[in-house]
Design a protein around this ligand. Structure first.
Ligand code: F6R
Length: 241
């Protein structure tokens, strides 16, 4: 991968925002793959600023989010759909018809997941996929044990993921146990993958993901098999102590 180390989280977020802006400048009808979590929040703020400064226009773009909790309806405040509305969509000019997030309230989540993959294919695939990385090496909600050819599907969350994500809920037992996630195979079909990681707590897993041979134990390590990956780190995430 192309590894870009930035001074701090602000500079790393700016770098990722600029990659997305450049993607859309080159191809206004780009398909963006988007992520939730703490890591991309600053990037989304910078994209909102850029939109207000007329430096980016999402009117022809399409977005597909990586994942959603099974059991949370789009309107649920902890749903990833709500997260995306709050942090990005309601502040910029995506066509509402073209922002896709898996529907956690789908009657048949497995069928919905399969359809999601078909929809990505139907629009021609993802041009630029933004990823974060979990402390256990997950990408999307592809937990350790995930195969490199997995497709969008319903998965069980790892215990660690449930504990970490409890910070967004009142307590850990309110965190859904299952999610719909783009598969690793789905993610690897994106033309350009941009992984953003910031902070000391991510340093070890980032080093493992890109320095050890790809393995099911560390899902992000499959990114080594892709020929256009940009890893954007701040100094903290780039330094193993
Ligand atoms: C979010 C996602 C997850 C996060 C990862 C890191 O859509 O798919 O893989 O990217 O859990 O989360 P943060 O950024 O909160 O550390």
């Amino acid at each position: 991968p192309n590894i870009v180390v930035c001074e701090d989280a602000q500079a790393a977020s700016r770098k990722v925002a600029e990659i997305i802006i450049a993607t859309i400048a080159e191809k206004p009808a780009s398909v963006l793959g988007l992520a939730t979590g703490s890591t991309p929040i600053r990037t989304y703020e910078l994209l909102v600023d850029a939109f207000r400064d007329e430096r980016v226009d999402f009117s022809q773009a399409t977005s597909f989010n990586l994942d959603e909790y099974v059991g949370l309806a789009p309107k649920h405040p902890q749903s990833f759909r709500c997260f995306m509305d709050d942090h990005l969509f309601k502040h910029v000019n995506f066509s509402p018809m073209r922002t896709y997030v898996p529907d956690g309230s789908a009657a048949d989540p497995a069928a919905h997941a399969k359809l999601y993959d078909d929809e990505i294919r139907m629009v021609g695939g993802v041009d630029c996929q933004l990823l974060g990385i979990g402390h256990n090496g997950h990408i999307g909600f592809n937990e350790p044990g995930s195969l490199p050819d997995s497709r969008t599907s319903v998965v069980d969350l790892a215990e660690l993921t449930i504990r970490k994500n409890a910070r967004f809920f009142d307590s850990a037992d309110q965190v859904p146990r299952r999610a719909i996630t783009m598969g690793i195979g789905t993610i690897l079909e994106s033309r350009h993958i941009v992984l953003l990681a910031t902070g000391k707590s991510k340093a070890k897993v980032v080093a493992q993901a890109f320095e050890q041979s790809p393995s099911v134990d560390l899902p992000a390590s499959w990114l080594q098999t892709h020929d256009h990956v940009t890893v954007v780190l701040d100094n903290d995430a780039a330094t193993v102590e």
